[in-house]
Design a protein around this ligand. Sequence first.
Ligand code: ADP
Length: 522
Amino acid sequence: MEPRARTVALLTPTGSDGTVASRMLDRVGFEARVCQDMAATVRCIADGIGVLVVAEEALRPAAREALVQVLDQQSVWSDLPVIVLLEEGELSGAITPGVAQLAARGNVTLLERPVRFATLVTTLRSALRARERQYDMRDSIAERAAAAEELRESEARLRATVQAAPYPMMLHAEDGTVLQLSRAWSALTGYDEDELTTTGEWARRAYGDDAPDAEAAMRDDLARHEPSEGAPRAFGERVIRTSDGSTRVWEFHSVLLGRLPDGRRLRLVAANDVTEFRRLLQSERTAREEAEKANRAKMDFLAVMSHELRTPLNAIGGYTQLLELGIHGPITEPQRSALARIKRSESHLLGLIEDVLNFAKIEAGRVTFDLQPVLVEELVGEVDALVEPQMRDKGIRYTRRAAPAVSVLVDQEKTRQVLLNLLSNAVKFTPAGGEIAIAFAARDHDVDISITDTGSGIPLDKQEVIFEPFVQVQRAYTSTHGGTGLGLAISRDLARSMRGDIVVQSEPEHGSTFVLTLPRGE
Ligand code: ADP
């Protein structure tokens, strides 16, 4: 209880009465305050007191009027208890009109003198208890008012936030009343705030014939939302119609945000305008499909062309051989050397055509793999035997570390083709007197076979593109050394199709290391 609410104000015509009474009351635990006259009493009441005790003789007409006026002007929660001490014998007779008037206007208790002290104490206690409840009421009224004010302020803040949001946002009550739209909502749709006062109006404009469906979905969302208040829910993508008749794609989210003071639930709907994104995605998809179609056509053309070229080339090779063998009569030495040149060119051309054909086949997914565990040693041994003569011719020093005694799960024929390609490249791009070395690293799940050369090396910005078809770094150089720029593309495709890979590390002028990784196959 507030200290002021415990105060007993005493108004007695003679100051000494008041002082005596005040002392007695203090002794039994009351906090008495003596007022000299009605003006002092009115000030006391304004300060806040628990109960007022007045002797009847202090209620002269003017003073009584002042008191009645003060009592009339109390706040709604206040009804100050007033105890009037009447003249002796008065209660049994008629009450003076003045006292009756006061009793009619206020919360007045009449006690006839002489008053027993115990009676006065009990009366004061119950008056103070009643007064305490009035102060409680005052506090709860104040609290409620503060809470209502806070709610109003937070709603105003929410509305301001929604209005300023740079993307579409709508705040609405569960009955569909739109409380706030963001400016972005109106800007993107062309619908004005006054056109969209309810969610129903929005649905009719934005969804046309689908409006009932959209409204049902909103209601359903509200119903299902209940347990997860405050947690945003994805509400899906919808095509909306704008005021100029065009359409946009919006991706909706919604969240329940408590209740309005009148009890209606509040729902915040936020949308992400994904129109451009969807459009880009669609055109990207179309472009990719077209590119893939063009690529397939190119591959088909390459496959058919290589195939068609191979037949006459084989005929050229065959007839050259027949001429060389003298089937059509004896040939002179210059003719023999010319035929040898024809033969070399024919096999070179055939090699290129085989490359193109292989590449086209891999790209078309027409290559099948026969995966078997093969010892690493076996794979490498077969291949380096093929390139050793060329290395010897060029005076290249060749070293091979001992292969680990593990096997890899590969298609033996195709892996050999990959290794041969890497080794031939090493020989091709390493000048006379250089070095080539093969090393191994076995891990839990795979094995690295690395081929290091001291050749020309590859610039950093070319180290990825050399794996693309038809890419050659040193055109001038390779034109004299042959090649199509397909070897690495084919090799990496083959390696990846067997769950392996090829990577390169290289420093121009110092050489390159190509690492072929293959899965282990115990
Ligand atoms: P090709 O050898 O038929 O040109 P590849 O696909 O095998 O085609 O190689 C592509 C290009 O990568 C080569 O033209 C060359 O520029 C570069 N390259 C490949 N291997 C090496 C290497 N060991 N050293 C330097 N450059 C290399």
